[in-house]
Design a protein around this ligand. Sequence first.
Ligand SMILES: Nc1ncnc2c1ncn2[C@@H]1O[C@H](COP(=O)(O)OP(=O)(O)O)[C@@H](O)[C@H]1O
Ligand SMILES: [Mg+2]
Length: 300
Amino acid sequence: MSSSTSSSSPVKSTGLHVGAIKPGVAKKDPILVADGVRRQFGGLVAVEVEHVEIPRNAITALIGPNGAGKTTFFNLLTGFDQPNDGKWSFNGKSLAGVSAFKVARLGLIRTFQLTKALGLLTVMDNMKLGSTEQRGEKLSASLFPFLWKKKDAEIEDKALEILRRFKLDEKKDDFAASLSGGQRKLLEMARALMTNPELVMLDEPMAGVNPALTESLLEHILNLKQEGMTVLFVEHDMHMVRHIADWVIVMAEGKVVAEGAPDEVMKNPAVIDAYLGSHQDIDLGTVTGRVTLPTLPKEK
Ligand SMILES: Nc1ncnc2c1ncn2[C@@H]1O[C@H](COP(=O)(O)OP(=O)(O)O)[C@@H](O)[C@H]1O
Ligand SMILES: [Mg+2]
């Protein structure tokens, strides 16, 4: 793993799709495929995704105005909510009806828009909870303490290594509640890595994060891809999206209304409409100025 990502511009993955670009376009190597996924709350259709494919080993941004259904879609894909209709598969395996815990074990992990770090647990205990290979899970193992003690030490070593990468190792014995908002976001991402995920879904990882930490968060996201993982993240900061996303999927009113390479998508009238409809304060052409980043590579 390299830690020099911030000094070099991220290498963008291109040629991810097959055929003409339109909502629902097929991908060369999709890690996740969803079909007809619908979630209704009373009379409100929060999600109605006809077809979408997430490209493997790339960074995909899921954007769209507030209330577009992005979080609900995340909840459905990761087993935290059940749809009224639809199917979806991860690495070709159907996930419909699979519990969030099992989804995580299969290699699909998500973080939450509002962090779920447990404040009254230490940073280390939060990390251990993130591990899907908890000690004492199997009766046979719990009967033989030497087995789970060894496992426990392994889990702790792994947690420490990840915490070091996120510069949280010195805080391992602190209560998560004592961390700043940004550090909690880092902890949540660090905890997600305890499961060795293949697909990491981040719901607004930068929201509420102090500018001093945004660049580090961003670098961690780029590193995930470098290590072979796939990232799907929700973000409102278009500068961030342009800088790190290989592909952008746009949702509005529960549907996928556009997708494509970042620069192309921002010019799409459907996208501008979606934002202007409910989000007049966002100018897709300008930069929010929240972070200073190295210059963008020119895309061919
Ligand atoms: N548990 C729920 N009960 C009722 N309505 C919900 C619930 N969760 C989300 N919604 C509604 O579904 C729509 C999509 O919400 P959400 O997925 O949070 O959007 P986004 O993450 O894109 O901002 C919104 O209108 C929201 O109010
Ligand atoms: Mg949301």
